[in-house]
Design a binder for this molecule. Structure first.
Ligand code: ARG
Length: 456
């Protein structure tokens, strides 16, 4: 019997123990415990002397964590038990009073909410930095023409500033999603006890205020089973990481010899061990590749929560590793994206050359016809015919002669050649949110305003 119990015990511990990863909840757990102990004393549940003892002990434990001196023991199942065990070693049996009117169920929900809050604020700062970098880059490349693409085919020319600012607004929406995460973590779970409330008249609002929560969870059953804020953070992170992957993918394409639009600084690229001429955009490739990992973490936590009966179930312990991994991945990627964009250089001539492909002005020619009263669909067909004719005759559009023009689109006159003048197609996009310079300037001013507002 004994021979089997030991290995089985070890097996179970390996499965059940979370200390290896929930260790990083320690700063939140300690902060929470201090607030909880103070509340217990204020509510007359423990004496002021006991509080002083607990404060001294928690302080000592915190110092051990900060100095990386905290020693985990084999029986420490999770960070909460490890801290309580150590506290009791330091201050004696009074340490056991800390867990009055508290369960690990409301305790862990509170720690995780505090961690999500802290990293939501962290993500917001990093997203804002990236938005600032994008705005600065747009400012420095305000009137650099480049092709805009659909289906990765040259579609219509745009300014590089306009293209970069497109990402600004994507990240602005990420910021809004992270703002929502702040709301999602605003109700303090602590005080719910194991599930039904506790046998003391505690002051939850006091703890909430001490820990920076706006209010308290209204229902104890919901409080201990709620991990919506983990989903909310992961969803925001997944979308943000997806935006970073799109940005990364464009940098990969743009830095290829085929495009030749940009060069990534050496700090974020690598050389080939075999081919000395190569510079690989590894950083951008990894931005591209990391997003599905974050999306997978979100899917994983949905899986954990799926079908869970109320209230606390040990399944909930599985919220942590996906959350932590997503946090680390996202924060790293956001830092890399900012750094990479700060050191990127664009090739004005290459981009302008690609944007000078006259065929991408076809829509503008069609619009000249529209202004002459030709219905758009018909104009579209006529211009299609002109493009085909030009290609067949080995010409660009502006090389079509007046005679050819008369044959292909009798409604057209000299204005046809005007709209094909370099730059004309860009500056004609005057609608709100369009790429004409005046509109991009407006957009940039709005972006700057939002950044200033967000930083105050
Ligand atoms: N390590 C646990 C978790 O992360 C803490 C809560 C344990 N509660 C319990 N009733 N076993 O979920």
């Amino acid at each position: 019997m004994c021979r089997f119990r030991d290995p089985q015990d070890r097996l179970f511990k390996a499965l059940n123990s979370s200390i290896a990863f929930d260790f990083r909840l320690a700063p939140y757990d300690l902060e929470q415990s201090l607030a909880h102990a103070r509340m217990l004393a204020r509510s007359g549940i423990i004496s002021d002397t006991d509080l002083a003892t607990l404060e001294r002990g928690l302080d000592a434990v915190r110092e051990e964590f900060e100095a990386d001196r905290f020693a985990v023991k084999p029986d420490d199942e999770d960070v909460h038990m490890a801290i309580e065990r150590r506290l009791t070693e330091i201050v004696g049996p009074i340490g056991g009073k800390l867990h009055t009117a508290r369960s690990r169920n409301d305790q862990v929900a509170t720690d995780v909410a505090m961690l999500v809050r802290a990293h939501t604020l962290g993500a917001k700062d990093l997203v804002l930095d990236l938005m600032g970098t994008l705005a600065g880059l747009a400012e420095r490349h305000l009137d650099w023409p480049m092709p805009g693409y659909t289906h990765l085919q040259r579609a219509q020319p745009v300014y590089l500033s306009h293209h970069l600012l497109a990402y600004f607004w994507k990240f602005r929406r990420d910021l809004q999603r992270f703002n929502f995460c702040m709301t999602a973590t605003d109700d303090l779970p602590l005080g719910a006890g194991a599930l039904a409330g506790v046998n003391f008249d505690t002051s939850r609002m006091y703890v909430a205020q001490e820990l920076g929560f706006g209010g308290i969870a209204e229902n104890s059953l919901d409080a201990v089973s709620n991990r919506d804020f983990v989903l909310d953070y992961l969803a925001a992170a997944a979308t943000c990481a997806t935006h970073l992957s799109q940005l990364g993918a464009e940098i990969v394409l743009w830095s290829s010899q085929e495009f030749g639009f940009c060069e990534v600084s050496d700090a974020f690229s690598s050389g080939s061990s075999l081919m000395p001429q190569k510079k690989n955009p590894d950083g951008a490739e990894l931005l591209r590749a990391k997003a599905p990992r974050v999306v997978g973490r979100l899917a994983g936590v949905y899986g954990v929560l799926h079908g869970l009966p109320l209230t606390y179930n040990k399944d909930l312990q599985e919220d942590k590793e996906p959350l932590f991994d997503a946090i680390d991945t996202l924060e790293l990627c956001l830092r890399v994206a900012s750094g990479m964009l700060e050191g990127i250089s664009f090739d004005r001539d290459r981009m302008a050359g690609a944007a000078a492909d006259e065929f991408i002005a076809a829509t503008d020619v069609a619009d000249v016809l529209v202004r002459r009263g030709v219905p758009f669909r018909e104009a579209h067909g006529m211009v299609g015919g002109m493009v085909r004719a030009a290609v067949e005759r080995g010409k660009s559009l502006s090389e079509l002669t007046v005679e050819e023009l008369r044959e292909l689109a009798p409604e057209l006159d000299g204005e046809f050649y005007d709209v094909l003048e370099p730059g004309a197609w860009l500056e004609s996009k005057v609608s709100e949110g369009g790429t004409a310079l005046a509109r991009v300037r407006e957009q940039l001013a709005h972006a700057r305003h939002l950044l200033a507002e967000a930083r105050t």
